[in-house]
Structures are given as C-alpha cells and as structure tokens.
Design a protein around this ligand. Structure first.
Ligand code: SF4
Length: 76
C-alpha cells in the first residue's frame, strides 16, 4: 500500500451543502443529494483537499493519513 495515500471523510449530517469544497477541490468532492461526498475516499496527497477541509464552514471534511490515521486537516 502506498504510504502517502490520504483518506477523505465527509460528515454528511454536518455538511450544509454550500458547494464550497466542490469549487476548491474540483474532481475530489462532489455534491450528491445536496450534500458533499468524496469522489474517491482514498486519494494521493493533494493540497486542494486540505484547502477544502480548512475552508469548509461546517468543518464537515476530515483528511487523514490512510496508514497512520493522523488527522491532516482541518487543523484543530
Ligand atoms: S464546504 Fe463543507 S458544508 Fe459546504 S458542501 Fe463542502 S462539506 Fe458541505
């Protein structure tokens, strides 16, 4: 397994459906039934998904290292 892979989780209960993340991380997140979800849950490192997690007004997006589970974004 690639040690550099990341996992994107979206809490769809918390997501407000603003679509901001879809604009920030095009191709990484999409809207589905008015809420965001990852296009793929496991991705190569991509600053755009960090930016999306940092800018989500609801902090609904979490980016973790797939191998360690460390939360990479948003910063606490
Ligand atoms: S930016 Fe946050 S609240 Fe807005 S659609 Fe994306 S996950 Fe949902």
């Amino acid at each position: 397994m690639d040690a550099q892979q990341w996992r994107i989780d979206v809490d769809r209960e918390v997501c407000a459906g603003t679509g901001l993340c879809v604009g920030t991380a095009a191709g990484r997140l999409r809207l589905d039934a008015g809420r965001a979800r990852p296009v793929r849950e496991v991705v190569e490192p991509d600053q755009a998904v960090v930016d999306a997690a940092e800018t989500c007004p609801m902090e609904a997006i979490t980016v973790r290292s797939l191998t360690t589970g460390e939360v990479l974004a948003p910063e606490l």
